[in-house]
Design a binder for this molecule. Structure first.
Ligand code: SF4
Length: 218
C-alpha cells in the first residue's frame, strides 16, 4: 500500500498520497485554516516571507522544523524577533514571553495533523501553544508530511512519541527518557503538560498551515 512516507523516498506524489494531502488541505480549509502545500523545504522561507510584512514583530515556538527549513535564521535576519536575551533574569524572561502575545506573527510547527484537518500540539510551559491560540494576528505553522496522521488516536500516539523523544534528546529526568514509553509521569520535569487541539479557526485564515512534502522535525 502506498503511504505518505513513500512520497519522501520517491519525491513524487502517488495517487493515494495525493488524495490524502488534498483531503487534508480541503479539511483544513473547511475549518477556516489557510493551508499551503510545497514540494520542498527550500520553498518555505520565500513563502513565509511573503506572509509577513516588512518591519513586523515576530515570535516563534521552539521548533526543529523551523530550524531545518531556515525559517528561524531568516526571522532573525529580516524581522524584529521577540525573544529573551541571553543572560535575562527569570522576571525579564517572563516579561518577554508575555510580549509575544502582541507579536504581528507567531510561528511554530505541529506535533500532528489529522487527515480531517485538526492540529494537535503538546507543550510543557505552554509558551508555544498559548500565543498560537490567542494574541498574534497571524499564526504560521510549518509541518512536514511526516506529521500527517489518519485520525485522533494516531495523533495522540504521535504526540506522545514526540514527547518521549524530546525528553530523551534533552536528557530530561523523566521515565520516558529512559525507556521511550509514556508513563503519564508526575515528576517536576514532565515535558508534556498541556494538550491542545485546533478544531477550527474562528478568525478565518488567521492560522496558515504550510505542508512540506518532506520529512521534517521529530
Ligand atoms: S507524561 Fe512523562 S513519561 Fe509521558 S511523555 Fe510526558 S514526560 Fe514522558
Amino acid at each position: 500500500m502506498c503511504t505518505v512516507r513513500c512520497i519522501i523516498k520517491k519525491k513524487e506524489i502517488c495517487m493515494m498520497d495525493k488524495q490524502i494531502i488534498e483531503k487534508t488541505m480541503t479539511n483544513l480549509r473547511e475549518r477556516q485554516f489557510d493551508p499551503y502545500f510545497v514540494e520542498s523545504k527550500d520553498e518555505v522561507v520565500p513563502l513565509v516571507k511573503s506572509m509577513i510584512k516588512e518591519g513586523s514583530t515576530v515570535a516563534s515556538g521552539g521548533s526543529e522544523t523551523l530550524r531545518e527549513t531556515g525559517v528561524s535564521e531568516m526571522l532573525r535576519e529580516s524581522y524584529d524577533v521577540i525573544e529573551p536575551e541571553a543572560g535575562s533574569t527569570p522576571e525579564q524572561v517572563k516579561e518577554t514571553m508575555r510580549k509575544r502575545f502582541s507579536a504581528d506573527a507567531f510561528l511554530l510547527s505541529a506535533n500532528a495533523i489529522t487527515y480531517d484537518g485538526r492540529i494537535f500540539q503538546e507543550d510543557g510551559a505552554s509558551t508555544r501553544v498559548a500565543p498560537m491560540i490567542y494574541g498574534p494576528d497571524s499564526v504560521i505553522i510549518v509541518a512536514g508530511v511526516n506529521k500527517l496522521v489518519e485520525n485522533e488516536a494516531k495523533a495522540r500516539q504521535r504526540v506522545k512519541m514526540v514527547a518521549c523523544e524530546n525528553c530523551r534528546r534533552r536528557g530530561f529526568a523523566t521515565p520516558c527518557a529512559e525507556d521511550g514509553v509514556c508513563h503519564d509521569c508526575r515528576v517536576p520535569g514532565r515535558s508534556c503538560c498541556t494538550s491542545v487541539t485546533l478544531n477550527f479557526s474562528r478568525i478565518p485564515n488567521r492560522i496558515k498551515v504550510i505542508l512540506v512534502n518532506e520529512d521534517l522535525g521529530i
